[in-house]
Design a protein around this ligand. Structure first.
Ligand code: BGC
Length: 364
């Protein structure tokens, strides 16, 4: 029998934009899920509800090849047991360091867990990076909502903090991260994202061949335990000048006290201007991959992966060796709770903490 092609039933299957699968089981027996969001171009982000960790994120090179550009473990259990590197995670309640793990708010003193020598780092040993988040797929979207309620006193912080983080993969090849939080007592908040980017798509390679540009005239020098020194410093004439694109490896090994203290770049730059804007860009000349970072936050911690120690297997046959990824952590300044001259990080009952950072991928 002859049939007309036109009369065949049309398959109007809706493209599934978000898929869920099992990822692994923690030591406590919790089943962790993986959420895979794909956009219309085929770009993909994989997020787990443990730590809200972005375990993979692809972006196209000049030839249109999509490859993974975030450092990550090969073995799922390494995320649960060994992620002191904070690979890809949501960082909270307070990103970066608080000196001696102490601060006071409205005349009350608080002691936080000290997990980085004498200081508190990234929310403590059991910070948000190690929590199981409640995950929801926002219907008809490319958005995952992760929520977590941090109890009063958790890691030493005051107030119950109700937190939500929205990850959206747009059809314009951007990963947008929106953070929201409310509290029932005055507290402090500073949330960020800790992906280590390597735009070469090969995690055996260092990021020293990437070029970086930052819209920042000043950075915050650090003391020997990585706590801010008193004065901001102009970047002009220093290895910290990224006002124009500069190869990361150009000055990183300079005989400069600040670089030596951190074994490379691990500093907070003070972003020029206020409000949501383009704050910095990372570019990999060989593949053409470019990452623009837009944020409404006042600072960006650039960490060139100096303390990665090669103990774990990473994707594409790599080891987590120093400088195999670079973090671009948008945030308030380190140790803000102890510095009256820094923008406030206090959140009061009735207020909504709301910030956004966009990681926009393209080719050049
Ligand atoms: C900090 C580093 C720290 C690293 C841990 C970064 O955000 O700036 O000092 O060693 O996180 O992974």
């Amino acid at each position: 029998m002859q049939y007309s092609h036109k009369k065949l039933p049309r398959i109007t299957q809706k493209m599934e934009k978000i898929k869920v699968s099992d990822f692994g089981i923690t030591k406590n027996g919790d089943q962790i899920k993986k959420y895979i969001v794909t956009n219309k171009n085929g770009m993909k982000v994989e997020i787990i509800n443990y730590g809200g960790i972005v375990i993979s994120l692809t972006s196209p090179d000049r030839k249109g090849n999509y490859e993974d550009v975030v450092l990550g473990f090969v073995n799922p259990e390494d995320y649960f047991n060994e992620n002191s590197y904070f690979f890809g995670a949501i960082i909270g309640r307070f990103a970066n360091r608080i000196a001696h793990g102490k601060f006071s708010l409205n005349g009350k003193n608080f002691n936080l867990n000290k997990n980085n020598g004498e200081n508190h780092l990234h929310g403590g040993d059991q910070g948000f990076f190690s929590k199981i988040w409640n995950a929801e797929i926002i219907p008809d979207s490319q958005t995952i909502k992760l929520s977590y309620i941090s109890k009063d006193g958790e890691e030493g912080y005051p107030g119950q903090l109700t937190t939500a983080v929205f990850y959206t993969l747009t059809d314009q090849n951007a990963l947008e991260i929106s953070y929201e939080a409310t509290t029932d007592q005055p507290t402090i908040v500073n949330l960020t994202h800790h992906s280590y980017f390597n735009l070469s798509g090969n995690f055996s390679r260092e990021i020293t061949d990437h070029e970086l540009q930052l819209d920042a005239d000043q950075f915050i020098p650090i003391n020997k335990s990585s706590i801010p020194e008193n004065d901001f410093k102009n970047v002009a004439g220093t290895p910290f000048d990224f006002k124009n694109f500069k190869t990361i490896g150009k000055d990183i090994n300079d005989d400069n006290e600040q670089l030596q203290r951190a074994k490379g770049y691990d500093h907070c730059w003070i972003l020029n201007g206020i409000g949501m804007k383009l704050s910095g860009s990372l570019y990999h000349p060989e593949t053409g991959r470019k990452l623009d970072v837009l944020t409404d936050q006042p600072g960006i911690q650039v960490y060139s992966g100096n303390f990665l120690d090669g103990k774990f297997e990473t994707k594409t046959g790599g080891k987590n060796n120093p400088r195999t990824g670079i973090c671009l952590e948008t945030q308030h300044f380190p140790d803000s709770p102890n510095r009256n001259s820094f923008p406030s990080v206090e959140l009061k009952p009735g207020e909504i903490y709301s910030t956004k950072t966009v990681y926009q991928f393209s080719v050049k």
